[in-house]
Design a protein around this ligand. Structure first.
Ligand code: IPD
Ligand code: CA
Length: 287
């Protein structure tokens, strides 16, 4: 066991006290940034920049939320690293890195559609590799829904809403054909065409499909039983680092489909009894 300053190289190095403290920090950060993006949203919110395509947008509030998270983390945990969707990058010395998505569901945010969230995760390991890190603690705050999800590894997951805290434990659906499945799509047209083929073949085999527009919240909805499963290809560490722990701590199996850990190729989160059947429908490239 090491002190609160590290160095940490694996989950085993993080004691329960620190793990719970980190969960509290993640919760506070996600809630504060969630409040910021709602209360300080300009009346006429425009697109500040685009990324992989003209529809992959960044607003001034994505940038402000990320700057806020970056600065607060530097104050609270000066030795930890930071990796953010909009470019925040700081190498730490502790072995812990905060992976943040300042607004997950930016297109929803642009349209004032309420399904968006701030995602904050603290991970241990090498964030320059796809699967060389594991989430220690995390929170996802959806300010318009009034919900904040959080989890710490081995300590369960919960959601708080209007001062009420509920521990999360998923309930298995009867079968895949009675399951409600969430998914999402990338921004590049070629990628979407491939994703459309997968979803078209899955749709006749399930109760229905939902496309919420925030991968972080989709994973939390699996934890909360609002979806029986979720899959998506092409998502990044900031989209999933928090939600994947929250889903797993609520009892979901979270994988990369054909690999134990989620990765850029595929993320699957589902109740144990339908996980493999869902993977069989959505894995396109066995690794
Ligand atoms: C996106 C959302 C969306 C998912 C996309 C992500 P962003 O993140 O999570 O649900 O389908 O793959 O890129 O751009 O809103 O932060
Ligand atoms: Ca995102």
């Amino acid at each position: 066991m090491t002190s609160g300053e590290g160095p940490f190289t694996s989950l085993a190095d993080v004691d329960d006290e620190l793990r719970d403290q980190l969960r509290g920090i993640a919760r506070g950060l996600a809630m504060a940034a969630g409040e910021l993006i709602v209360t300080e949203r300009p009346d006429r919110l425009g697109v500040a920049a685009t990324k992989s395509s003209d529809t992959d947008v960044v607003t001034i509030m994505d940038q402000r939320s990320e700057a806020f998270l970056h600065d607060r983390i530097a104050e609270l945990r000066p030795n930890d690293g930071v990796l953010g969707e909009e470019g925040a990058a700081k190498e730490g010395t502790s072995g812990l890195t905060w992976i943040v998505d300042p607004i997950d569901g930016t297109v929803n945010y642009l349209y004032s559609h309420p399904f968006y969230a701030v995602s904050v995760a603290v991970v241990v390991g090498d964030v320059t590799t796809e699967d060389g890190w594991e989430t220690v603690a995390a929170a996802v705050s959806a300010p318009v829904l009034g919900e904040t999800y959080s989890a710490a590894v081995g300590a369960g997951a919960s959601v708080e809403s209007r001062d009420r805290v509920r521990e999360l434990q998923i309930v298995e659906p009867a079968s895949l054909d009675l399951a409600l499945i969430g998914t999402g799509f990338g921004y590049a047209s070629k990628k979407r065409a491939a994703q459309a083929e997968v979803v078209a073949s899955l749709l006749p085999k399930v109760r229905d499909i939902r496309r919420g527009g925030s991968a972080a919240l989709d994973l939390c909805f699996v934890a909360a039983g609002r979806l029986d499963g979720y899959y998506e290809s092409g998502i990044n560490p900031w989209d999933r680092a928090a939600g994947q722990l929250i889903a797993a701590e609520a009892g979901a199996i979270v994988s990369g489909g054909s690999t134990p850990k989620p990765n850029k190729e595929l993320t699957v989160a589902a109740a144990g009894n339908i996980h493999d059947a869902l993977c069989a429908c959505v894995v396109t490239k066995p690794r």
